[in-house]
Write a protein that binds this ligand. Structure first.
Ligand code: CP3
Length: 336
């Protein structure tokens, strides 16, 4: 069994699997080189040769335990025929959301648009052996936010775009849920042996809406994935104390924590569910001594608990690759 699978499914805490969210990305010069020549990000995500190369870049440098397929959560809206562009210094920009058009897309059409993603997974799978291969999707809420808001909610978001016509929202949400399930199934069929669900914007939800827009839709996805026996990691970023309710309501195979979560607190609240991540990616921008102190803190707290080393969000573009190397070195010294 690969190390993530063994840790998650057998709750084995005798070793430490390691990988990093956004381990393939702008902090790597070899990624920037490919990216410079490929200005269209969606097109890049649909190029199986380049996706394979980019996915393997961090594995060629570091002793890590998983590859995560280089793609994006916004490939699902793309598969639904919503226009998606990544603008320089701005981020994603999505086209008008035509509800009837989206509802009329059938599974075959959706899957056909995303075939190169599955093709890439097959290619990566052939090149790795020891490592897990992680497939992923955005959670329904996070995709709903991008699709209805048209851009990142980081700078500009009004929950009324979602609340003003609930019946329209519910229709879109249901379609998104179906497509996430299809997308995950195809990734598993192609060779992904762990799935991570990113709910990056769960923290935008008012307390009263967490149940309806985060817990309930994510539970549906998780129950669907569990039928395949492939472990599912959930990352409901920013939901603070609701991490506890999330664990009891959704029961993911593994819970990924963000850097606002106190690792000791979650260890007591997760009811034995394996835990991943937590360290603030900004720590990697500081000096080695401080990095060491923080890495050791996480490893010590979870020494007797199934734990996957990762960060509390993606690697920041300003990170020096040597610091990732350093984290791996000191982690492996403490726990193989
Ligand atoms: O060169 C570039 O500018 C590309 C940067 C980049 C994006 N996606 C654009 C993006 C990269 C490297 C990715 C890859 C990606 N995205 C992966 C690859 C695998 C890996 O190494 O982890 C994954 C898993 C994702 C998933 C993803 N995309 C998430 C979770 C989100 C939501 C926001 C977040 O950061 O949690 C996205 C949206 C996204 N992709 C944004 C950008 C610029 C928008 C960020 C925002 O909304 O502010």
């Amino acid at each position: 069994m690969n190390r993530l699978t063994e840790c998650i499914l057998n709750k084995n805490s005798s070793f430490l699997p390691i990988w990093f969210m956004r381990q393939a990305g702008r902090y790597l010069p070899e990624f920037r080189k490919i990216r410079e020549k490929n200005q269209n990000f969606i097109k890049l995500c649909l190029n199986p040769d380049l996706v394979t190369d980019i996915t393997l870049q961090p594995l060629n440098r570091f002793n890590i335990d998983a590859a995560i397929i280089f793609s994006d959560i916004l490939m699902v809206p793309y598969g639904l025929n919503q226009k998606v562009e990544f603008k320089k210094n701005f981020g994603p920009k999505l086209g008008n959301l035509d509800v009837d058009a989206i509802l009329s897309i059938n599974s075959r059409e959706f899957i056909n648009k995303l075939l190169p993603v599955y093709e890439s997974i097959k290619k990566v799978k052939k090149k790795i052996n020891r490592q897990n291969l992680i497939g992923f999707a955005g959670a329904p809420w996070t995709l709903l936010v991008y699709m209805m808001n048209g851009e990142s909610p980081k700078k500009n978001f009004d929950i009324n775009v979602i609340k003003k016509d609930i019946s329209k929202t519910e229709k879109i949400l249901k379609k998104i849920e179906e497509c996430i399930c299809l997308h995950v199934d195809k990734q598993i069929e192609a060779g992904a042996n762990v799935i991570q669900i990113f709910d990056s914007w769960a923290g935008l939800l008012p307390e009263a809406d967490i149940e309806n827009y985060c817990l309930r839709p994510t539970l549906k996805i998780v129950e669907h994935i569990k039928k395949s026996k492939v472990p599912v990691i959930c990352f409901p970023r920013g939901i603070k104390n609701n991490y506890e309710n999330f664990c009891s309501a959704v029961k993911p195979d593994c819970i990924s924590i963000d850097y606002e979560i106190d690792p000791k607190w979650i260890k007591n609240k997760a009811k034995g569910i394996p835990i991943q991540g937590g360290m603030d990616p900004k720590i990697l921008l500081t000096e080695e001594e401080n990095i060491k102190k923080n890495v050791e803190k996480f490893i010590r707290i979870f020494s007797d608990y199934p734990y996957i080393f990762n960060l509390g969000h993606g690697v920041l573009p300003q990170t020096k690759p040597e610091m990732i190397e350093y984290v791996i070195k000191i982690s492996r010294e403490l726990k193989k």
